[in-house]
Design a protein around this ligand. Structure first.
Ligand code: ARG
Length: 459
């Protein structure tokens, strides 16, 4: 038999394959709460504008509340023959209240309905990402505050570059996740316009009040163009774009944790709670959570790419292609939230191996730049000449298998006569980091100031 909702012109029902490719209820049932909220707002507006009687609107309202509790209690029977969440809810409403159920769809279409439901769902995810990021930033701030003056090597090309502080490294991620936070907030502001009332594509001849439904659903205003309102999936793409960048940041940090927790580095100890063992090698403690977080970016970026490609080239207004939007976004959102929570747990639990960090900070000629800077300041060499002299000293130390502070004053003077004993003061790592007081630099005082600034921001 043909579909009750649209089968008037149909003599036969769909082929089983047609039903299989067409039905979205298997996944869009996740938007049940949003669908019911949208229908309640629509029915209340239809009554307020005199399009529906108050008693019909009341019956609809009660029916919808019953359906919501049936769904929440797991008692609702979803049907693939009814295609999607919208028609599943409406069909059940008909069972419950009879004729008034058929009046709910006045001045509305599934096209504005699905756009509204999906926006409400994505908006919740923007809020969840916001909270998840705030929790992660707080965990990073605790690490940064505790280790504002713990020295460690800073790297470029993953080769020792200059000493930095643990706090400074943590705060670098705070900046990245802070920008992610602002991207989600920015997307939320832009997306918060209500599609409901755009109807199928052209608006409606019923005297609806779009401001009323927009306000009831927490939108800032109704979307201004009905064609755009039902065709727009930018909001989902912006969510996934911001999610992709955030996942990329998580992935970089996860990679560092994988490296740092290795026996070769021993910069951090991850907690048992966020590690796993090996079924064959008894000594193993693997950073699986970090590895999985590192991998999530592939999946989230893939979802973003998939929806971009679904949307490109679609003529206005609604096309069924757009039903392919939801699974990508659901998957990206689920995995982003999981990755954020796992990273927050790992960061909260991990222990910096302070002594190993300090030992590594001083090796690899990490204070060579400090030496060159001293040559600029004291004998007043041009920086390029100072760089050359320092390079010669590094080569000398390397040949002798020692570090820069292990060279004698005589050896140094054989390279440049004006070097004095004072030079040894700048070769220590603590001195090195303390001296980097430029704004945004690694000096502990700078790091502490940034921690305070972020605490203020998160208040
Ligand atoms: N299940 C559909 C979707 O997710 C709802 C909109 C259907 N609209 C239509 N004209 N067939 O996009």
């Amino acid at each position: 038999t043909s579909n009750k909702m649209w089968g008037g012109r149909f003599a036969a029902g769909p082929d089983a394959i047609m039903e299989a490719i067409n039905a979205s209820i298997g996944f869009d049932k996740r938007m049940a709460a949003q669908d019911i909220a949208g229908s309640r707002a629509h029915a209340a507006m239809l009554a307020a504008t005199g399009i529906l009687t108050d008693s019909d609107a009341e019956a609809i309202r009660e029916g919808l509340l019953t359906i919501l509790s049936e769904i929440e209690e797991g008692k609702f029977e979803f049907s693939a023959a009814l295609e999607d969440i919208h028609m599943n809810v409406e069909a059940r409403l008909k069972d419950l209240i009879g004729e008034p159920a058929g009046r709910l769809h006045t001045g509305r279409s599934r096209n504005d309905q699905v756009a509204t439901d999906f926006k409400l769902w994505v908006r919740d995810q923007l809020d969840a990402a916001d909270e998840g990021l705030q929790a992660l930033i707080r965990a990073l701030l605790s690490q940064a505050e505790a280790g504002a003056d713990w020295v460690m090597p800073g790297f470029t090309h993953l080769q020792t570059a200059q000493p930095v502080t643990w706090g400074h490294h943590m705060m670098a991620y705070v900046e990245m996740f802070g920008r992610d936070l602002s991207r989600f907030r920015d997307a939320r502001k832009r997306m918060n316009e209500c599609p409901l009332g755009a109807a199928a594509l052209a608006g409606t001849s019923f005297p609806i009040d779009r401001d009323m439904t927009a306000e009831a659903l927490g939108f800032d205003r109704p979307a201004a163009n009905s064609l755009d309102a039902v065709s727009d999936r930018d909001f989902a793409l912006e969510f996934m774009g911001a999610a992709s960048i955030c996942a990329m940041h998580l992935s970089r940090f996860a990679e560092e944790l994988v490296i740092w927790s290795s026996a070769q580095f021993r910069f951090v100890a991850l907690s048992d709670r966020f590690s796993t063992g090996s079924s064959i090698m008894p000594q193993k403690k693997n950073p699986d959570a970090a590895e999985l977080i590192r991998a999530k970016v592939g999946r989230i970026f893939g979802a973003n790419t998939a929806l971009m490609i679904v949307m490109k080239g679609l003529p206005l207004a609604y096309s069924k292609d757009m039903q392919e939007d939801k699974e990508q976004v659901f998957d990206a959102a689920d995995n982003l939230m999981l990755a954020l929570a796992a990273m927050t747990g790992m960061v909260g639990d991990m222990t910096a191996e302070r002594e190993n960090l300090a030992a590594a900070a001083g090796s690899g000629f990490s204070t060579a730049t400090d030496l060159a800077d001293w040559l600029v300041r004291v004998p007043n060499l041009p920086f390029r000449d100072a760089h050359h002299v320092t390079g010669t000293l590094v080569a000398m130390a390397e040949k002798q298998g020692c570090d820069l502070p292990d060279l004698t004053l005589e050896q140094m003077q054989s390279v440049h006569a004006e070097i004095t004993q004072d030079i040894f003061d700048v070769l220590g790592v603590d001195n090195s980091v303390n001296s980097r007081m430029s704004y945004g630099g690694t000096a502990p005082a700078q790091v502490r100031a940034q921690v305070e600034r972020w605490k203020e921001i998160l208040k």
